[in-house]
Design a binder for this molecule. Structure first.
Ligand SMILES: Cc1cc2nc3c(=O)[nH]c(=O)nc-3n(C[C@H](O)[C@H](O)[C@H](O)COP(=O)(O)OP(=O)(O)OC[C@H]3O[C@@H](n4cnc5c(N)ncnc54)[C@H](O)[C@@H]3O)c2cc1C
Length: 394
């Protein structure tokens, strides 16, 4: 086999999942992760459709189920915390839901004995030559690899180095989201409580067996000029956007100030003409981020890793990268399309829309097209037929 040494940038979901399969096929994967250690915690992510079959083939479904959030319904409330409408768990939590950090830990534990992990470093240069790639790092010594794969998320470093500026490929959907861990002061028991005002959604759900909660702040806005590294500035943006918003919002903003973690970003998609260039390819959010509004990012990352590794085990990298793209493209399109339609439902722009949304959710159990609507995410999650790659259990 050629192309044995594969460098993967990013140790979240797509990176370790790819390392899992590459090792299974006889490759030697190395994963470089910018964070000083595995990033624990994080928000809830879910599995739907084909990704569950990949988990089965990895033999990891049981481990993911054991760590699942077991989330129940989400209740939309008014300013006095009175229930307006209840949505079933499948709307938010898919078929199987887990905290992103817990999933990373499971994938890391399943690969760490056979994969070299380098934490606290980042690729600074990628130079392709006749039969390999010379890679330089911010801290480590330069090294030679046969292939480099970017699994480093929405703001992928590998993509910037090889494909070009992020602005060429990033499509903002017109929403921003912030999420952090707070005390479960509402006493939620495996449930969520969401509150809306026009263009703003505040949602809280319990996590880690109700020992903590995650609070999400969503708002609609055109592109903001904010500094990705300036967390203080981002906290202020959230505070300004949610100043005067009712329900529990003031207490939740205070809790955000004291939170041990903090995430803030635009809801954006990545759309690339090609997922590979020469000996470099992208997987997961780096290649085809679908945005949190789709609920499909984890499925795409896990399935993408399975397909990319399977194709690389079957052919030269040129043929494999082309096949990977052919297999993934319709699945990616279906998952990204889902997000484009979800924004107004999740962050209603006006009072009229808000009323319309709540009425729809209320009437949905009685509407003849209920099944059609409820099955949309499942349809997207199954918009790929998994090939039985040699060496992968079916
Ligand atoms: C608020 C929110 C809610 C979400 N909800 C859901 C959901 O309900 N369902 C769902 O399926 N998906 C959801 N997602 C999306 C999901 O988290 C992603 O699609 C998924 O994590 C993609 O995995 P990934 O490994 O491709 O990228 P990421 O998880 O983004 O990981 C990228 C990794 O690369 C590392 N990295 C970055 N830069 C460098 C560098 N220069 N060098 C080395 N490493 C680097 C990062 O530290 C990180 O570990 C949500 C996302 C957000 C933000």
């Amino acid at each position: 086999m050629t192309n044995r040494r594969v460098l993967i940038s990013g140790a979240s979901v797509a990176g370790p999942a790819l390392a899992f399969w590459l090792h299974r096929y006889g490759f030697t994967p190395t994963v470089v992760e910018r964070a000083p250690e595995l990033r624990d915690g994080g928000y809830a992510v879910d599995f739907r459709g084909a990704s569950l079959r990949v988990l089965d083939r990895m033999g990891l479904r049981g481990a993911v189920e054991a760590a699942a959030t077991r989330m129940g319904d989400v209740t939309y409330v008014d300013g006095d915390d009175r229930p307006l409408v209840v949505t079933p768990s499948t709307y938010q939590s898919g078929e199987l839901e887990i905290l992103r950090g817990d999933l990373s830990r499971i994938l890391y534990d399943a690969t760490k004995d056979d994969t070299e992990y380098v934490f606290g470093d980042s690729i600074t240069g990628i130079t392709e030559h006749g039969d390999g790639v010379a890679v330089t790092f911010a801290h480590g010594e330069p090294r030679e690899f046969d292939l480099v794969i970017g699994a480093d998320g929405l703001h992928s470093n590998v993509r910037s180095l090889v494909f070009g500026d992020e602005r060429e490929f990033r499509h903002d959907l017109g929403y921003y989201v912030s999420i952090c861990t707070v005390p479960n002061h509402l006493g939620l028991d495996h449930t969520g409580r969401f509150y809306n005002e026009p263009n703003r959604t505040v949602g809280v759900y319990s996590a880690r067996d109700n020992n903590e909660a995650k609070v999400m702040f969503w708002f609609g806005a055109d592109r903001l000029d904010h500094d990705h590294r300036d967390v203080e500035q981002q906290r202020r943006i959230v505070e300004e956007r949610f100043a005067g918003v009712g329900w529990e919002t003031t207490a939740l903003l205070d809790a955000m100030r004291a939170a041990p973690d903090f995430y803030f970003d635009s809801a954006s998609q990545i759309k690339l003409g090609s997922y590979a260039r020469g000996r470099v390819a992208l997987v997961g959010d780096a290649a085809y981020c679908a945005a949190p509004l789709s609920g499909m990012g984890t499925s795409l990352a896990v399935v993408g890793a399975y397909v990319l590794a399977g194709e690389l085990a079957s052919a030269s990298h040129e043929t494999a990268f082309a096949a990977y793209e052919r297999e993934m493209r319709p699945f990616v399109d279906a998952c990204q399309k889902l997000a484009e339609g979800n924004g107004k439902w999740f962050v209603p722009p006006t009072r009229a829309w808000l009323k319309f949304r709540n009425l729809n959710y209320k009437l949905l159990p009685y509407l003849p097209w209920r099944k059609l609507i409820e099955e949309l995410p499942l349809k997207a999650g199954n918009a790929i037929t998994l090939k039985p790659y040699a060496g992968a259990p079916v």
